[in-house]
Write a new protein. Structure first.
Length: 437
């Protein structure tokens, strides 16, 4: 043939062209001005103005500029300044949806001064209210975990340890509920009570790591209107041994114990084969916890048995299963007396999956660990804007399966953010063409 391809190769070539064109269209429509983006840009105008004289740039504009930079793939204030000055039309295309327009783009020093002085609690309230409207729906699972900002190590506390931000975020959507900076004279447990004061739990389930495994944390969550699942670790040795003996005796009676196994048991995932078995007991738990700190607070006990085989490859690239089996048993304590074993299994697995995704994205994609902004409220304000950007990108990512956060940000940057009304017009025109064709 003239083109040098067989008929099969030509058909495959044109199918790939058609598939790529459709994928580009899907990217363009899903990365348009979605409702949640417009709503957030408008909501930023509710952040209080801290300057007495009328400034050249409002607080809402400066915060919106940083958010636009994060969505378009920039990670530092200096790079955001360069991006917005090279792409003023793109920035104003975003801003006009919120009723804003600026002729001269702000400098990095102007943006930094604003981030240092803007009240982080005020910004948190605005972002939290926005995320409730768009992401936090239905049955809520909130994970609480701390994260260090490593690059600020030499700038604070004499270089002994980096500052920490204690986060509470929705596991399914990644939307932020609350965050608070951990003081240099306290720890994550000490700030948990202050974090709960910033949240509206309303029946949400809270999962934490071992640092919060004590009765005081569970009582605080219950008083705030939520439920809690705690892992028993080395800080509760006597109670852990008592729960272990109790579960061993209870497993002999199937009427007391509910069991559950993961659907992906035995499948190779992430270079290993895992089998998880869950057990849950409600009966006689109150008698077990009598005269302990959890008396009258916890009413259920759970157990997770994990069996892991590591997948190895030989010199010929052939897969072989490593025969050494890693066995781990973890015991949990819960306040609810009617939670099902399926729900218990979902909360335990999703806690670490959600934490790793959020923290991994912040460090790898947004380079949060490399940020050296620590003056005033700058560190917390930047962290809030990064998490708001992650919520938006994660919502887009659900519609474009198989795309990474990096690809999404680059496409948003290249496409320039197609206005949402243009997409609707384009879609209707496309439908009319398809009908007439």
């Amino acid at each position: 043939m003239a083109c040098g391809r067989s008929k099969y190769a030509q058909n495959r070539y044109f199918r790939n062209l058609q598939r790529n064109a459709q994928r580009a269209l899907d990217r363009a429509t899903t990365m348009a001005f979605a409702n949640e983006v417009n709503d957030l840009l408008i909501s930023l105008s509710e952040v209080c103005e801290y300057r007495s004289r009328k400034p050249m740039y409002s607080v809402a504009v400066l915060l919106a500029v940083v958010l636009i930079g994060f969505l378009c793939g920039e990670n530092t204030i200096k790079n955001i300044e360069t991006f917005i000055k090279n792409n003023p039309d793109t920035v104003n295309m975003y801003l006009k949806e919120a009723g804003q327009y600026i002729k001269d783009m702000p400098s990095d020093s102007t943006i930094l001064r604003a981030l240092h002085d803007i009240d982080c609690l005020d910004l948190l309230a605005v972002i939290n209210e926005w995320s409730y409207r768009h992401f936090q729906k239905g049955h809520r699972h909130i994970a609480v975990d701390g994260k260090a900002i490593r690059a600020c190590l030499k700038k604070c506390f004499g270089g002994t340890h980096p500052p920490y931000i204690l986060n509470a975020f929705d596991v399914e959507s990644g939307a932020i509920h609350a965050q608070i900076q951990v003081g240099d004279k306290t720890n994550e447990m000490g700030e948990l009570f202050n974090l709960l004061d910033l949240m509206n739990l309303d029946g949400a389930y809270i999962t934490v790591d071992a640092a919060f495994s004590n009765a005081a944390a569970m009582r605080a969550v219950l008083n705030a209107g939520g439920h809690m699942i705690l892992a028993l670790k080395g800080n509760q040795p006597n109670l852990t041994e008592a729960v272990k003996a109790f579960m061993q005796d209870a497993q002999s009676n199937t009427d007391f114990v509910q069991y559950w196994e993961d659907s992906d048991n035995g499948n190779a995932l992430h270079g290993r084969i895992c089998n998880r078995r869950y057990a849950l007991v409600h009966a006689c738990v109150d008698d077990l916890l009598k005269d302990t700190d959890f008396e009258g607070v916890a009413h259920s006990i759970g157990m997770v048995e994990r069996y892991r085989k590591v997948i190895r490859y030989d010199e010929n690239g052939q897969k072989c299963i490593h025969q050494d089996i890693e066995v781990q048993t973890v015991y949990y304590i819960m306040d609810e007396s009617d939670i099902s074993v399926e729900e218990f299994a979902r909360y335990v697995r999703n806690h670490w999956a959600g934490s790793e995704i959020i923290h991994y994205t912040l460090d790898v994609e947004f380079d949060e660990d490399m940020s050296r902004v620590i003056k005033g409220n700058g560190m917390q304000n930047l962290s809030l804007l990064r998490k708001a950007a992650i919520s938006i990108l994660a919502d887009i990512k659900k519609k474009t399966k198989g795309m990474s956060f990096h690809d999404l940000r680059q496409d948003i940057r290249d496409l320039g953010g197609i206005p949402y009304d243009h997409v609707l017009v384009f879609e209707s025109t496309d439908d009319e063409c398809s009908k007439t064709g």
